[in-house]
Design a protein around this ligand. Structure first.
Ligand SMILES: Cc1ncc(COP(=O)(O)O)c(C=O)c1O
Length: 383
């Protein structure tokens, strides 16, 4: 924290040194209100998928709206327990022997990806609610093959044909995660597949976890259909319903502030920024997608078009092409939007590029630095 005369210094967004991620608490609260209302109206439980957003400074706030956290392994499970301390679940494609005891102490639900993993650890998991991840083999999206756990040969989830007549007595619930940035219509289709393939096992269970990928807080999302999907499974089978969105919790609730370092002209006019797609927003290259940028338009939409790129060695470290109302020069600041999710949790120091600081902006627009990173953070991950 930046302390000035004993107080934490507050700054306007424009005063923050770049690069810097800025969490927008007002936006975060708006998302959380929607999720908490969903819990209240339907009786479902919503968990933060920490893989998308692990800014634990905000966990007390998030925990005041929703039921808890879910984790991808030991470290996230520990963070959820330490910083939110509400219901805490974990799913991993396979667990390591040395992690199990600690995980059982940290988690309320342990979800297994195979019968062999369940068999291996079942005695150690006596104190927690045990579930299985299923693969309903129902792909509802074409855009992002890398995010489709239902694709042929997927390692994620057990197929119905592998299920025994009677489930091991310890199994209390099923979990599926098949969606990616989708609306409730895709969930409705998926539930039909879940019922068709796994319906005979549902009546004996306590809970069903709908996974993540529900873009619940996106404008225009069909909340009524989501509610009816939840009620459909509650009423038909008496199940407790869990949802574990990551994106929806912090959607559009963060920025990445950057400064133009140079302008180079080589047939295309490129702005070299102090942020990198490869280092600070890897989903831009992995997904790929073009992140929204404040006050900018599509190429040629406004008078000045530029390619936005980075100060790394990677030729393809290109964020996208954008247009502006005015000419841009070194020293100008830009703000990428929707940068709370899958950004801080995925960043790296490739090329020794500094990690952006993390700041929070309150509802009055005042910012505080939560954390700065420096050379030691780069060096300490290496040996
Ligand atoms: C098992 C599981 N649950 C929840 C999520 C969160 O998904 P999203 O951030 O798209 O809501 C993911 C994302 O990969 C996941 O794999």
């Amino acid at each position: 924290m930046e302390a000035v005369e004993g107080k934490i210094r507050k700054q306007g967004m424009a005063e923050l040194k770049t690069p810097c991620y800025i969490i927008d608490e007002g936006r975060l609260k708006k998302n959380l209100e929607i999720l908490s209302q969903l819990e209240k109206e339907t009786g479902c439980k919503v968990l933060l998928a920490q893989k998308a957003f692990s800014c634990f400074y905000e966990y007390p706030l998030i925990g005041s709206y929703i039921s808890g956290t879910t984790a991808s392994g030991l470290y996230e499970a520990r963070l959820g327990r330490e910083e939110m301390n509400k219901e805490n679940h974990v799913f991993s494609p396979a667990y390591r022997e040395e992690d199990i005891e600690e995980l059982v102490g940290l988690c309320d639900h342990m979800i297994f990806n195979s019968f062999s993993q369940l068999e291996k650890y079942k005695e150690q998991c006596r104190g927690v609610s045990v579930g299985l991840r299923i693969n309903p083999e129902c792909s509802t999206q074409e855009g992002h093959a890398i995010y489709d756990p239902c694709a042929f040969g997927s390692r994620l989830g057990i197929r119905a044909e592998q299920f025994p007549e009677i489930l091991p007595e310890q199994v209390e619930g099923l979990h599926f995660h098949t969606l990616c940035e989708q609306d409730a219509d895709a969930l409705a289709v998926t539930l039909t597949a879940v019922e068709e393939k796994f319906g005979r096992w549902l009546p004996g269970l306590k809970w069903l976890n709908f996974g993540g990928g529900h873009h619940i807080t996106r404008e225009g999302y069909d909340l009524e259909l989501l509610k009816s999907c939840i009620r459909r499974m509650q009423e038909a089978y008496g199940l407790e319903i869990y949802l574990e969105p990551g994106e929806a919790v912090a959607l559009n609730a963060g920025y990445l502030a950057t400064t133009v370092l140079d302008v180079v002209e080589n047939g295309i006019t490129t702005l070299i920024l102090d942020v990198s797609a490869a280092c600070h927003m890897p989903d831009v290259l992995e997904m790929p997608y073009r992140p929204p940028l404040r006050d900018a338009g599509l190429p040629e939409e406004k008078p000045w078009t530029y390619r936005l790129s980075s100060n790394t060695c990677l030729a393809g470290d290109i964020i996208g092409d954008y247009s502006f109302d005015r000419e841009l020069r070194p020293g100008d600041r830009l703000y990428f939007e929707d940068m709370a999710i899958y950004s801080m949790v995925k960043n790296n120091t490739f090329n020794g590029i500094p990690l952006p600081s993390i700041a929070v902006m309150d509802e009055q627009g005042e910012c505080r630095i939560l954390r700065r990173f420096g050379y030691q953070d780069f060096k300490e991950r290496l040996a």
